[in-house]
Design a protein around this ligand. Sequence first.
Ligand code: KG4
Ligand code: ZN
Length: 344
Amino acid sequence: MTIILGLESSCDETAAALVTADGQILAHRLATQEEAHRPYGGVVPEIAARAHVEALSPLIEAALADAEMTLDQVDVIAATAGPGLIGGVMVGLVTAKALAHAAGKPLIAVNHLEGHALSPRLSDRTLEFPYMLLLVSGGHCQILLVRGPGDYARLATTIDDAAGEAFDKTAKMLGLGYPGGPQVEKAAAQGDPNAVPLPRPLLGTAEPHFSFAGLKSAVMRAVQSGHYSTQDIAASFQQAVIDCLIDRTRRALGQADGITALVVAGGVAANQAIRGALEKLAADHGLPFVAPPLWLCTDNAAMIAWAGAERFAVGLIDDLTVPARPRWPLDPAAEKARGAGVKA
Ligand code: KG4
Ligand code: ZN
């Protein structure tokens, strides 16, 4: 059985995992840098890159020890090659190249987004292509048609902020700390989702794109007004995000034929209220709903090893000269959404 070592270092988690080609997770190790970035309320790229350098080799050794194996027994080395913070991405990719070269193993440069996109097939081995994926993370908010490894059609993206970014900024405005998503979810559970009138940007428009900048500004005004409790703002904000995600995904479902399932992935998919709403939407359309377990939704190396496994299976192997890429869209043919800023 082919064994894949996966490395992840594109943001603030350093991770190493060993996964088999049939989807057994032999080991997965992760070191989060949350504490190092907390004083700054966000990820500081230079701090992140240094922390990845320190953490990565011990994590690889620990993963190998957990699986009771040596590097010789690994068949394929996979690492995130982008998109993400370039310093961190380079740490992981260079390490993977060195290991691949030294051990004479094939290298697979994985798009971090493809790691998220294929992760549901690691947790649910019955999930078949093509499926509709809502990819919601700190840097991305996209609806994709997933047709196979390396084969994506982007149906929608955000014209400004990502959903996770909106959660993080709302947390910051409410003084809930970093990382924001889980804190906002916790506060929201104690609040009234109808307490604060907030906008639902782009709701009902024909193209299923997203926008969260106007919502963020409205949250800011609600905070500054002093009229509302933290819990009520958090609950109302989360409900506005859910309404946007559901409306936009419903629109995309109306435009796609022949899909096997509705799938959610990325860090924001850890949110239980969002999962619940998507599950209901899928049921309304007579589709199975697939969401990876929480630990597989946020950044990890098992999803990178698994994407490596899927690519290896169809012969998508990379050269040692493959570059690290700060930007790397999954669907290079997709046009920029109207009004889109710099995000891919
Ligand atoms: O996929 P991920 O771990 O990293 C990126 O590739 O961006 O996603 C991180 C994002 C952060 O914005 C974080 O606040 C958000 O996912 N997140 C959540 C929850 N857990 C993590 N957002 C809402 N509710 C959560 N429970
Ligand atoms: Zn991610």
